[in-house]
Design a protein around this ligand. Structure first.
Ligand code: UDP
Ligand code: MN
Length: 332
């Protein structure tokens, strides 16, 4: 009996096995299908945002660092295809706001050259709105702007101390992002006025949160960075990643708004506590980018000081420091 029933039983077992295998294969095919369609959807979304940076050539500049420890690119000449970046940003209809302050004697000394050179080199091909903040709007030079480029002049108060003129930019920038910039521009870049564009400063510089490596410090060891070392200041930091230059920072409006708010609140807290950070807004900016890592770094090619002797890493000077004349230009 047992002997006879064995083939019958194994027949049933085989049928069951085939059924299970059949269902498993169908289920796997279903999984595969859904996985494939999932991959397809996310790839399309990703292509919109990051695939442009996947075209960056990180190995083309072996003498310099091209990536941070948290994998943010550091943009150097040769790493990117400018035509591709411009195409993608034009397709995405990226719009850019540039803020610049020219208060007191800084207006006559720098603003005209800054704006004229920006028209020749800054984000060509993309819609750009300049926001010029000054205490004397009628003195802002009348620059001829290319199509799709506009300028708004906004009057601001002239703080007595030059340190406050510099630091209080954070408050004005934050307010202006809320009031106007976030409604009309996707990206914002905030610039010092004492500099001149000399080469392409293009869409490769755009990113979620953008910081600039300071020309004087990018090669130095961390212990030489001039972070604020006073524990009483909100800008205090013992160590950091890089030394960033406050002459340029940028990103998506919401990120720059956050940066400006945090820096402004820290500056005001310092005032209440009767302390001032060593390098003013720059110290607070360095603290901010230590806590909130930037997603993109610009090499010193984007803001070079021509008085620096060793230019071996600088393949293009995109923007250079204008001559400083603190004795005559700064309010005392
Ligand atoms: N600024 C200004 N008027 C002043 C002082 C500063 O308009 O009297 C603005 C201007 O945009 C300037 C920026 O604040 O570029 C930062 O000041 P500065 O360039 O003197 O700082 P540094 O480059 O020496 O850090
Ligand atoms: Mn400056």
């Amino acid at each position: 009996m047992k002997w006879q029933s064995l083939p019958a039983r194994s027949g049933v077992f085989c049928c069951l096995l085939m059924l299970v295998a059949g269902f498993t294969s169908l289920y796997l095919r279903y999984l595969n299908f859904t996985t494939e369609s999932f991959v397809f959807v996310s790839e399309a979304a990703v292509r919109q945002n990051v695939s442009l940076d996947e075209t960056l050539n990180f190995g083309t500049r072996p003498a310099v660092r091209t990536r941070t420890s948290w994998n943010a690119p550091i943009i150097w000449e040769g790493m990117f295809d400018p035509i591709l970046y411009d195409q993608k940003h034009t397709q995405a209809e990226s719009t850019v706001a540039l803020t610049v302050f020219a208060v007191g004697r800084y207006l006559d000394a720098y603003l005209n050259n800054f704006l004229v050179s920006a028209e020749a080199h800054f984000m060509l091909g993309l819609p750009v709105t300049y926001y010029v903040f000054t205490d004397v709007p009628e003195k802002v030079p009348n620059i001829t702007l290319a199509p799709q480029r506009t300028m708004k002049v906004i009057q601001v108060e002239k703080h007595t101390r030059w340190q406050d003129i510099s630091m209080m930019r954070m408050k004005t920038i934050s307010e202006m992002i809320d009031k106007e910039i976030s409604h009309s521009s996707k990206y914002i870049f905030c610039f010092d006025v004492d500099q001149v564009f000399m080469g392409r400063f293009g869409s490769e510089a755009l990113g979620d949160s953008v910081a600039l490596l300071h020309a004087h410090y990018y090669k130095l060891p961390k212990d030489r960075f001039t972070y604020d070392k006073n524990p009483k200041s909100k800008a205090f930091m013992e160590t950091g990643d890089f030394y960033y230059h406050a002459a340029i920072f940028g990103g998506l409006c919401k990120n720059v708004k956050h940066l400006a708010d945090v820096c402004y609140l820290s500056i005001m807290e310092d005032k209440i506590n009767d302390v001032e950070a060593l390098w003013h807004d720059e110290s607070h900016l360095n603290k901010y980018f230590w806590v909130h890592k930037p997603s993109r770094l610009l090499s010193p090619e984007y803001c070079w000081d021509q008085s620096i002797g060793d230019k071996s890493d600088i393949m293009v000077m995109r923007l250079v420091w204008a001559l400083k004349d603190y004795a005559n230009l700064r309010t005392r």
